[in-house]
Design a protein around this ligand. Structure first.
Ligand code: GTP
Ligand code: MG
Length: 582
């Protein structure tokens, strides 16, 4: 129930359409019910009474009623479509808006494949159910009740046949639709699996190809697809059987009415015209029952979708702006105080343990350490991509949780480890950093990141179109574009998380030189696997197993830190060194 109330809130500007639709459908019912009455009049008075003028007059009324029925039907359809499509539009937008407020943690919880399914398939299911509900939810019961009343008023005795038929059919319909609903619910579940499979495969298609995993992926897909097929056939074949059974009972009912009706006509208790209308009402009643069952099944089936949609809307973003946010980041000094951090609330072993650090504004800090030692996790705390579990992280003396998030993230610019570009020109991509940046500013940032050399070689230069994910530039080029984009923010703190790993050492050192000369006041964190990327830093942090193992200059560390020395020797001597091999 709270789900229904919540979802109803998204009808918004389509309230009028939502209310007018059932009214139009009721209009259609009224007109539809009048037609059999008029028909009876034509037969009894016009044909049997040999009265041509009645035929003309009532015939004209029938035409008018048919036209009105058409009008109401079309209007109901039109408003119903608009209301349900509008409802879905609002719902999708609200979900999209909500997802934008999600933190990394919130997104991890749902997975992006599931978020996509919820925003597309689930919303479409709700849209269809909603349309069915407003068009048929009132129409079917109204038609049932009016037809029952009218037929009882024509012949109470014959109506008993109806009531028996109605009772039998109701039981039958609800039994069948209950089973069908269970099956269709499974269908939706399987759809989810299939969607997840498609999402993962298509977004990773390059890797799939590189590992020649097409056949494996195909088999996996085939299985999900086959499962869906089987359950669909099961559900559909039940429906296929249901239809003839229902039609059979309708015809049996008509036969019974004709039989009893004929007797009543002979006994002069019923006219031919009245029997005709009774037959039409019989059809109406039985159809309404089936229609109503259809509505109920559809609404029940959409409850799972409704729940999944509400989960997205109800999710509380776990990183929120404070009530009285600090709006200015004064400088780039950083302090970690007794920081513990884990990705899950109740995980036993934290990813970062007891981190204490003090960094002055403008310092260049290298971070080095084996994979999985917590380098990325450490810097992600700076711009509140995640919040600490214990202790505090301060930027320019203020806890990061007290800043306005937008201001904080503008001042702490992070080039993520797995950074992506978006479809659009190079200019457009760079302006993610600063949407008002002039062409000159963009070019300057590109120059600092040593991206100008290759951009200028492109025939379209800065207007070169980048494909989704940056798939038409090389890894090193993508990294440099991402650095340029981060520089355009003119941040107080710049974090490069393994951001020059695909750039050659000469260019790498050119980039670092331009940082030194051009943004001396910006605090720089450089995470790297290559010692050469950090050796000229003011201080180097050696991370190991979630802890700070050592902090010092290159020379200090060479002298006293064995891990650091071994890494250095392996990288400068023969062969290439790697922490994992130490
Ligand atoms: P490299 O980038 O490979 O050099 O490693 P890193 O030093 O940056 O390690 P990172 O901080 O990414 O990971 C530290 C630990 O946290 C590892 O044990 C990971 O398994 C874990 N971890 C990293 N990212 C996530 C995440 O998004 N969710 C969860 N649950 N765990 C994560
Ligand atoms: Mg990392």
């Amino acid at each position: 129930m709270p789900t229904v109330k919540k979802l109803a809130g998204y009808i918004k500007e389509y309230k009028f359409d939502t209310i007018i639709t059932p009214i139009m459908m009721l209009g259609e019912v009224v007109v539809e019910m009048m037609i059999p009455l008029l028909m009876a009049k034509i037969i009894d008075k016009g044909i049997y009474g040999k009265d041509m003028s009645t035929i003309w007059k009532v015939g004209a009324w029938m035409l008018l009623a048919a036209a009105a029925g058409l009008f109401f039907g079309i209007m109901g359809g039109k408003y119903g479509a608009s209301a349900s499509a509008g409802f879905a539009k609002n719902l999708r937008f609200a979900m999209f808006e909500k997802v934008q407020t999600y933190s990394f943690k919130n997104i991890d919880k749902f997975s992006s494949a599931s978020l996509i399914t919820r925003m597309t398939t689930d919303v479409t299911n709700l849209q269809n159910a909603f349309q069915m509900l407003i068009r048929m939810g009132m129409r079917a019961p109204a038609s049932l009740i009016v037809a029952l009343i009218l037929s009882i008023s024509i012949s109470p005795r014959l109506s008993i046949v109806y009531l028996v038929a109605v009772a039998i059919l109701t039981v039958l319909v609800f039994f069948l639709s209950g089973t069908a609903q269970r099956l269709f619910n499974q269908v939706f579940k399987r759809y989810d699996d299939l969607n997840a499979e498609v999402e993962e495969n298509v977004s990773g298609i390059r890797v799939v190809k590189a590992y020649v995993r097409e056949d494996f992926e195909k088999t996996k897909f085939e299985k999900a697809n086959e499962n869906l097929y089987k359950i669909f056939v099961k559900a559909e074949s039940l429906m296929v059987k249901a239809f003839p059974i229902m039609m059979g009972s309708v015809y049996a009912c008509i036969l019974a009415i004709s039989w009893f009706g004929a007797h009543l006509i002979i006994q002069d208790e019923l006219t031919t015209g009245e029997l005709m209308s009774m037959l039409t009402y019989c059809m109406n009643i039985l159809m309404s029952i089936m229609m109503f069952a259809g509505v109920i099944v559809m609404v029940l089936m959409s409850t799972a979708a409704a729940q999944r949609v509400c989960e997205v809307l109800d999710e509380e973003p776990d990183i929120k702006n404070p009530e009285k946010p600090v709006m200015e980041v004064k400088n780039g000094s950083v302090e970690f105080e007794n920081v513990d951090f884990s990705y899950y609330e109740n995980s036993s072993e934290p990813v970062l343990k007891d981190i204490n650090l003090k960094i002055n504004s403008g310092e260049t800090i290298g971070i080095i350490g084996p994979t999985g030692s917590g380098k990325t996790s450490l810097v992600n705390l700076l711009s509140r991509l995640y919040d600490v579990t214990k202790g505090s992280v301060k930027v320019s003396g203020v806890d990061v949780r007290d800043y306005d998030i937008v201001k904080l993230r503008d001042s702490v610019s992070v080039v993520l480890q797995n950074n992506v570009l978006f479809s659009g020109t190079i200019y457009e991509n760079l302006r993610w950093g600063d949407k008002n940046a002039s062409d000159e500013e963009c070019q300057h940032a590109a120059k600092l990141a040593c991206a100008d050399e290759f951009i200028e070689k492109f025939p379209d230069g800065y207007d070169t179109y980048i494909e989704q994910g940056g798939s038409n530039v090389s890894g090193g080029q993508r990294q440099r574009l991402c650095i340029a984009r981060a520089l355009l923010k003119k941040p107080k703190i710049l974090v490069l998380d393994d951001s020059t790993s695909a750039v050659d050492t000469t260019t790498d050192s050119k980039i670092r030189a331009s940082f030194r000369n051009d943004i001396p006041d910006t605090t720089k964190f450089i995470i790297a696997q290559r010692i050469s990327s950090v050796q000229d830093a003011d201080r180097i942090i050696v991370m190991d197993d979630g802890k700070i193992a050592d902090v010092g200059t290159h020379e200090e560390l060479l002298n006293r830190n064995e891990m650091y020395r071994e890494l250095y020797e392996s990288q400068t001597g023969a062969g290439s060194g790697d922490f994992d091999k130490v």
